[in-house]
Structures are given as C-alpha cells and as structure tokens.
Design a protein around this ligand. Structure first.
Ligand code: UTP
Length: 276
C-alpha cells in the first residue's frame, strides 16, 4: 500500500470560462471524447495506488455524485447489448474506489476548498488533483511519479512546468534550488505574479501532495489575491521552513479550464483513440 491513500478533488468552482455550458452542469463533467474530466482524474489517482476519492463539490454539482454511482435504469436498459461495455471502466472505478463528498458552500478559493475537505482527509498526507488540468503520460501517471517521490522525501510536493514568461500571471510560480534533475527545494512561491515580478517561469499545475500540516496553515492564512484563500500563500509558509519540493513531471498537461486547452486535449485524445 502506498503512503498516500486519499486524493482530494476540489470541484466546487463555477467554471465561468465555459458558460453557458457550465450554467447547470459541473465543469468537471465536461467530456474529453466520451469520459468526463473528473473520471480521468480518478483514474490517475487510482493508477498511483490511491483508492480514497474525496470530492469537494458545491451547488449544482450533483452530476458528479451520480456519475460515480450505479444507474440501475440505464444499466438495465443496455444490459446484454454491445453498449454495456461502454460503462466497464466507470463500473470498475466504482468497485475499486471509495467516494466521499462534502460541500463548499461559499467559493472562497482553492485554499478554502482544501480546508473544507479536511473532514474527508483527516490527519494524513494526501494528494490534490484539479481535474481541469488533464495530464497525458506515456509511463507512470503524474500522481504516481509524485507518490514515488513522496515515499523518499515525505514533505509537500507540487507539480510544475515551465511556461512562457508572459503566461506566469495565470499561475502560482515557484523558485528554489535544484536538488536533483527536475526537483527543486522551494524557497519562494507567488500566486499569479506580473511577469516582471515573477521569481521564475516554473508554474504550479493542478497536482499536489500535501502533509496534514497544511490545514493549520490554511486556517491561519488570510484571503489573498482576489479575496480568496490561496493555497500558494499557505504553501509559502511551509516552503520557508524547507518543507516544499517542486517537481517537473514527465508528460503533457492540458489546461482544460481554458477553451483552447480543452480543445487541444480533446483533439489529442481523439487522435489516440483513432490510433488503437
Ligand atoms: P479555477 O481557478 O479554475 O476556477 O479553480 P473555476 O471556478 O473552476 O473556473 P473559472 O475560472 O470560473 O472558469 C481551480 C480549481 O479549484 C476549484 C475549482 O473547482 C477548480 O478545480 N475551486 C476553486 C474550488 O473548489 N473552490 C473555489 O472556491 C475555487
């Protein structure tokens, strides 16, 4: 069994960039070809040996819970037909994973969403996966790569990638000393800096391994940029104690929270599905 047993999915955001599609439907249920974004996230966590899926939802997100449940009427309807196998992957996730849910009733930011998830996580290290960052890898999933690192270092780890300088203002940005190829001991973290103020072009993407120390720090973190409780601000205080690593993962990330990234991911997966 791995040291990380639960993955938290903050999925309460409004997804305003996809309006009107996300008016009554969660952004996390947007499909890449035939599977919703959140299913890819759950598959990635399971591929890292994690079976406890803890999902922070909000108003209008019921479809996520229904997706990871049995749909008797539908399944009865397609039983025995060639369509039955289309649900095999989802059924396997339902059988192998445990899903738990809680609601964030005010959208006060990613840091706040993680704090709301504390009741589902408890006092243990855990993964965080933002389902709108879809990661395509040839070998181990990004979370699996990070879990292997966690077993060695036992501290917070954020996944990073290099982005063009003019895009740093869309991300949390880190800087620090490179301790081994692609692995940095973080000393500085800034949320959405102006390009001129950015300490580097190493941007945090939606994969984290966090120790439970983060909860107390988040509780003490005042709202930052946009009046939201920023995870980056909380991590900065752990980084100041040398307790945060940043890892340049192997693979390709698509920002499916943006329309361009979503279309690119759709095209990449469609191509793949044609090749097999
Ligand atoms: P985003 O910054 O992408 O915000 O959140 P959003 O609301 O989902 O999308 P836009 O910008 O309005 O289009 C990053 C992640 O944090 C979660 C979101 O669900 C997403 O997975 N989040 C954000 C919460 O769970 N709660 C919040 O209060 C804010």
């Amino acid at each position: 069994m791995t040291a990380i047993r639960k993955c938290l999915f903050p999925a309460a955001g409004y997804g305003t960039r996809f309006l009107p599609a996300t008016k009554a439907m969660p952004k996390e249920m947007l499909p890449l070809v035939t599977k919703p974004l959140i299913q890819y996230g759950v598959e990635e966590a399971l591929a890292a040996g994690i079976t406890g899926m803890a999902i922070v939802t909000g108003r209008g997100k019921r479809a996520i819970e229904d997706h990871f449940d049995i749909s008797y009427e539908l399944e009865h309807q397609i039983a025995g037909s060639e369509k039955e196998s289309l649900l095999d992957g989802t059924r396997e996730l339902i059988e192998r994973c445990t899903f738990s849910y809680t609601r964030q009733n005010q959208m006060l930011g990613l840091g706040h969403a993680i704090l709301v998830g504390e009741s589902l996580i408890g006092n243990q290290a855990f993964a965080v996966l933002l389902a709108d960052d879809y990661c395509l890898t040839e070998g181990d999933s990004v979370l699996a790569q990070m879990v292997a690192l966690y077993e060695e270092h036992e501290c917070c780890i954020v996944a990073i990638e290099e982005v063009p300088t003019e895009q740093v203002s869309n991300y949390g940005v880190v800087a620090g000393a490179e301790v081994s190829p692609g692995l940095y001991r973080v000393d500085t973290m800034v949320e959405k800096p102006a390009p001129a103020d950015a300490p580097s072009n190493l941007a945090i993407i939606g994969r984290y391994l966090l120790t439970p120390a983060i909860f107390d720090v988040l509780r003490a973190t005042p709202p930052g940029r946009n009046g939201e409780v920023q995870l980056t601000d909380a991590l900065q205080s752990l980084a100041a104690q040398g307790k945060v690593l940043a890892y340049k993962f192997t693979g390709t990330r698509f920002d499916c929270g943006s329309i361009d990234g979503y279309i690119e991911a759709t095209n990449a997966l469609y191509q793949r599905s044609r090749e097999v």
